[in-house]
Design a protein around this ligand. Structure first.
Ligand SMILES: C[S@@+](CC[C@H](N)C(=O)[O-])C[C@H]1O[C@@H](n2cnc3c(N)ncnc32)[C@H](O)[C@@H]1O
Length: 267
């Protein structure tokens, strides 16, 4: 594990859902609308996690079949329990070596995953390998370099002011390639054609400060992993500084937004 990825943690599905799953559930339907898929297709969800995108595919796309893959047995257990539908099958696996037959899928999608995969080029080549001729390969990642995921950016701005050594952990430093230009180039290099990239933005409104803060203490994901690693007094300092710095609505809620870059291409 690299130094910067040492706090990535993909095991606790309940904690992940409170931290990120609630927002990835919000963005998944918007992504599927953008794809405007036909019905009765064979889908593959790469890095399905606790099942945010898989659930949206089942609810909106009338798939013939859906194969959902993730390396984390903990996340798969949660996804299996939540999605009891005979069209979906779950399999443990890695995006860089998909346990999927070549040319067997019509829609290959991946949500908020590619930046965590060590060899992204290999992952996209694998997604293309399992695609039928004419199939669509599509994915989205947060706009980390543009500060598009504001609740995370606010966390790291404050955390690194208190602990400059944490700078190499921030997602904008770790994932500078999450830009339209680099993501489009990645898809084109994998041999996809007619590649397009679009921003998808959703509101991420926290009811109050606890609603914002508690997910960071649960340890699932890079920023929560870092937060959980802090000593109690350091965590308390971070909490207080954040409480003072976040924007507020008159009712105490915290209005932020999250923007992803969505990319699609044809095989
Ligand atoms: C931010 S979560 C996204 C989960 C889900 N797609 C969603 O939208 O909520 C990142 C996911 O990538 C998975 N992941 C990490 N490395 C991976 C790899 N090499 N291949 C496939 N998935 C990977 C993690 O297990 C985790 O489920």
């Amino acid at each position: 594990m690299s130094q910067s990825s040492r706090h990535d943690a993909w095991q606790a599905g309940d904690s992940y859902d409170i931290y990120m799953g609630r927002w990835s559930r919000g963005i998944a339907p918007r992504f599927l609308d953008w794809l405007s898929p036909q019905r009765q297709l064979d889908w593959l969800d790469v890095g399905c996690g606790t099942g945010a995108l898989s659930a949206a595919i089942l609810a909106r796309c009338d798939p013939k079949s859906l194969l959902s893959i993730d390396p984390s047995e903990g996340f798969l257990t949660k996804a299996r329990a939540a999605l009891q539908d005979n069209r979906v099958h779950f399999r443990q696996g890695d995006a860089q070596d998909l346990p999927v037959e070549a040319a067997s899928r019509d829609r290959i999608v991946s949500a908020l995953v590619l930046n965590f995969v060590p060899d992204r080029g290999k992952a996209l080549a694998e997604m293309k390998r399992v695609a039928r001729p004419g199939a669509t390969v599509a994915f989205y990642v947060w706009d980390y370099p543009g500060g598009g995921i504001a609740f995370m950016r606010a966390f790291w701005t404050t955390a690194t002011a208190l602990d400059p050594a944490a700078s190499d952990l921030t997602e904008d430093r770790r994932f500078p390639f999450c830009t339209p230009r680099d993501l489009t180039a990645l898809a084109e290099k994998a041999g996809l054609s007619s590649v397009t990239c679009e921003a998808i933005e959703i509101p991420t409104v926290f009811a109050d400060f606890d609603d914002y803060w508690v997910p960071f203490t649960l340890g699932a994901g890079p920023a929560p992993g870092y937060c959980a690693s802090l000593a109690e007094d350091a965590r308390q300092r971070l909490k207080e500084r954040l409480r003072d710095s976040l924007p507020r609505n008159p009712d105490g809620s915290i209005p932020l937004t999250a923007r992803a870059w969505a990319v699609r291409g044809r095989c």
